[in-house]
Design a protein around this ligand. Sequence first.
Ligand SMILES: [Zn+2]
Length: 255
Amino acid sequence: MTIQVSPIKALTDNYIWAIHDKQHCYVVDPGEADPVNEFIAKHQLILSGILITHHHGDHVGGLLPLQKQHNVPAWGPEDDRIAGELTNVYEDDVVTLKELESQLKVLFIPGHTLTHIAFYNDSWLFSGDALFSLGCGRMFEGNPAMFVSSLNKIKALPDSLAVYCGHEYTQDNCRFALTVSPNSNRLKEFCSHINDLRRKKQPTLPSSLLIEQQLNPFLRTDDPELQKNLEAQHNISIKDEISCFAVLRAWKDRF
Ligand SMILES: [Zn+2]
């Protein structure tokens, strides 16, 4: 049985990720119900469950209507702001996708929100809005130390993982990463590949954790060269990866 992960486009630039074989389907972060219903109808799939990474409306908006229509279980973080019937999951918990004979493990990664989680196994990482390709989420509820510690947990996962993020932000993140590290040829190559994909209106995801470890500035806040660039660009001194992250995040917010 081969399991596929397919993008379902939602709202402006969200991806709902569908984990499915030829019969059963689980979805991650359904910001809307309609695109999920269209996807499962088109591919003649049965919705078997829902996974939620964090409470934002563009990730949970479809949860309640989908549960009403399909009567399926859902797993997500403990957070009163999520409307739906959730089984709360915590760091290192395992979610079994019974119909697909697969499992996902939970990683607690606050920073974008205080209760954000990710799901991963030996093949996939569903990072929600914590990690984007070449970027990370806005720091709505957390602080730099918390966000760095979460990103370091992600960075420590196997670099072979395919990374499924919540938004199509890669092209914009490329512009920022190239401004931070204008001399990186690998980054230039990667970004021209991303531009090609977007010209053809194709998703830039999944990324791989190896690419993110090597090219994502928010996973390289301990890199002396990146720190040196930032110090020169902003005329400041950076003492550690937390202050490096704080400068990068604030810069990206107004970029
Ligand atoms: Zn969010």
